[in-house]
Design a protein around this ligand. Sequence first.
Ligand SMILES: Nc1c(NC[C@H](O)[C@H](O)[C@H](O)CO)[nH]c(=O)[nH]c1=O
Ligand SMILES: CC(=O)[C@@H](O)COP(=O)(O)O
Length: 158
Amino acid sequence: MATALHNLSDYDTEKVPDASNMCFGIVVAEWNKEITGALLNGAVSTLEKHGALPENIHVKTVPGSFELIYGARQMSLNGNYDAVIILGCVIRGETPHFDYICEGVTYGIARLNTTSEIPIIFGLLTTEDLQQAKDRSGGRLGNKGDECAVDAIKMAKF
Ligand SMILES: Nc1c(NC[C@H](O)[C@H](O)[C@H](O)CO)[nH]c(=O)[nH]c1=O
Ligand SMILES: CC(=O)[C@@H](O)COP(=O)(O)O
């Protein structure tokens, strides 16, 4: 279902487990930090809304979305987390680089999920322009960070 038909921040709060005993890692990319910062705010506030303690939400930054793969792997290996969330924003430029970054990060995170002992939640925005990214990071279509936080809580209990 297209995001335009389902707001990213709309979900049934009754179906979200209590997160008060959970610990989360979040890896966030610095590229497009206006957007990724908004994604991070949404993720942290939603985790806390469902009981996660601030001291149990550990955030680390990486330069760009391609480095999210390495950052997520390192967090997943340290054994302290019930789930890891990656947050990034890739916006199409003039060259095919957009396609390679998006495909690479998607493949890398998907592959990590086949070997990791904990879920790694895919919070990568891949947009044609800045406005689409704004719409999905707290704008008219909700916040992808909210969605990722809910998914992390649910998958931590899987
Ligand atoms: N163009 C964007 C990038 N590019 C940088 C790469 O992610 C990576 O950091 C670099 O290739 C060095 O390995 N990253 C984003 O997150 N968003 C972009 O729009
Ligand atoms: C996704 C990217 O790396 C992209 O923003 C870089 O822009 P360009 O393709 O114009 O070099």
